[in-house]
Design a protein around this ligand. Structure first.
Ligand code: UN1
Length: 499
């Protein structure tokens, strides 16, 4: 058998069957660490989307009637399988996405945590019982499933983000059509395999692929898809919001970030340096929560820069499967070029490169897509490198004179996902908690590492008012239904007979 024939093709999963679309074109699934072709992924068509939505709509008729604790039990079984396969999943994730193994394990852990968290929710899904205005009348509100949910997820957290959305959707009684990123089809395949093995009934979760807008648009525009939950770029999010808006369709969007860490003159500098290195260069800066700005008090700027420089120079680049590697590749050649363009922009803008600034292509690295961890100093807050999301290992240091200026610089960007401050001053802590304009705020910690049982998301161009994770995610996947039961045996006219 020739090598090509052995290559696995990642297929659609529709109504419980793994299917290849008619006349399917395929794209390669590439390991960004070394350019190796790991498999091929089908490019679904709008026809596949229609078949998937039809299956999901049909399956929802029964799924919504399965008692929620039973739906939760299925999530518990899924959690167990995820736990058993954690190492395999983490290795698969590192291979196709590039993040280092320790981080890949961490991401799979998020999926496990979400499964168990939402399994428990099957026994809650709490509504409210409240007094009615009239005698012999009962009033309550319950959470009702929305129906069919369209889930569109990115490559940077292929299992965590998908499960943040899928598990609350499922426990609430919805069925799902999932379109993962075509850069990470193996993780989508492994995830759906586990759901299948755990006994998720056919049609309850369906999988389609597609790069470009056609497949996503078909999902967003389909009249039987009741909610869209999307994580990805602000540009695509706006496109989806435009379409969904005119259809009056509920859409939950999690998009970009331009997250900062503020380091005040009273900070524990060792801790701050740890937090910055981890948040800026972890996942090669490819998190929407990544720190790409450090806002530092002038008094400690030199010392902080010196320490950051020393630590950054020690970081090793390479294949994330090697446990000694600190920073893996970025996702594609295109991403690598895009990051490098930003570095060139920074230099033209007059920022001062302290280290990095180049595509890393020594020896083995030349086979993959590696960028040197880069730090710019003397960055002015209005520069493009300090305003736009780069999504790579590029950090800008912005010196400030005061706490108030630090808060102002932090907030003066289009995004509002994650902010952090290092300080020992309790008054500053409380002011920062109040005044930092973002959905996530960290005190004496970096900007990454959100936990799954708290709401995740942001304000301004980062989101549109909804949240993933935590109980807040149930608001995306349920509709409130207010119910009145009048057991008086007569017509009671609210607001009239009792006034
Ligand atoms: C993302 O980058 O889109 O808080 C998600 C974090 C992770 C999730 C990041 N738990 O950094």
């Amino acid at each position: 058998m020739g090598k090509r024939e052995q290559i696995f093709t990642y297929r659609n999963y529709i109504n419980g069957e793994w299917v290849v679309p008619d006349n399917a074109s395929v794209a390669d699934n590439i390991n960004p660490a070394n350019g190796e072709v790991l498999g091929q992924v089908v490019q679904s068509t709008t026809k596949d989307v229609h078949a998937a939505v039809k299956a999901a709509k049909e399956a929802q008729k029964n799924w919504r009637l399965v008692p929620a604790p039973e739906r939760g039990e299925l999530l518990y079984a899924i959690g167990q399988l995820l736990k058993e396969r954690k190492e395999h999943l983490a290795r698969t994730l590192t291979q196709e996405m590039g993040k280092v193994l320790t981080e890949a394990r961490g991401e799979v852990q998020e999926a496990i945590d979400m499964a168990f968290y939402m399994a428990g929710e099957g026994r809650r899904l709490a509504g409210q019982t409240v007094p009615a205005e009239m005698p012999n009348k009962h009033a309550m509100s319950v959470r009702s499933p929305v129906g069919v949910v369209g889930i569109i997820t990115p490559w940077n957290f292929p299992i965590a983000i998908a499960t943040w959305k899928m598990f609350p959707a499922l426990v609430a009684g919805n069925t799902v059509v999932w379109k993962p990123a075509t850069d990470t089809p193996a993780m989508a395949y492994e995830t759906v395999k586990i759901l299948e093995e755990a006994g998720v009934p056919k049609g309850v979760v369906n999988l389609v692929y597609g790069s470009g807008a056609a497949v996503g648009d078909a999902l967003v525009e389909h009249p039987d898809v009741n909610v869209i939950s999307f994580t990805g770029s602000t540009e695509v999010g706006k496109h989806i919001a435009g379409k969904a808006g005119s259809l009056l369709k509920k859409v939950s969007l999690e998009m970009g970030g331009k997250n900062a860490i503020i380091v005040m003159d009273d900070a524990d500098l060792n801790l701050a340096v740890d937090g910055i290195i981890w948040s800026a260069f972890g996942t090669s800066g490819q998190r929407c929560t990544a720190c790409s700005r450090v806002i530092v008090h002038r008094h400690i700027r030199d010392e902080l820069e010196e320490r950051l420089l020393e630590r950054t120079k020690q970081l090793t680049l390479g294949n994330g499967l090697d446990e000694t590697v600190d920073v893996g590749p970025v996702i594609t050649q295109f991403a690598l070029q895009r990051i490098h363009e930003y570095v060139k922009i920074g230099i033209l803008e007059g920022a001062n490169p302290l280290c990095g600034g180049k595509i890393a292509n020594d020896g083995e690295l030349s086979k993959g897509y590696y960028y040197q961890p880069t730090i710019f100093t003397d960055v002015n807050p209005s520069m493009r490198i300090a305003q736009e999301e780069i999504f790579g290992p590029v950090l800008s240091i912005i010196p400030v004179e005061s706490f108030d200026e630090a808060i102002q610089v932090n907030n003066n960007v289009a995004y509002g996902l994650s902010s952090a401050i290092f300080t020992q001053d309790v008054n500053r802590v409380f002011k920062a908690m109040r005044d930092l304009d973002s959905g996530l705020v960290y005190i004496n910690a970096g900007t990454i590492g959100a936990e799954i049982h708290l709401p995740f998301g942001g304000i301004k161009q980062t989101g549109n008012g909804h949240r993933d994770s935590g109980l807040a995610s149930l608001d995306v996947f349920t509709e409130w239904k207010s119910i009145y039961v009048d057991y008086s045996g007569k017509l009671q006219r609210a607001q009239i007979d009792n006034r």
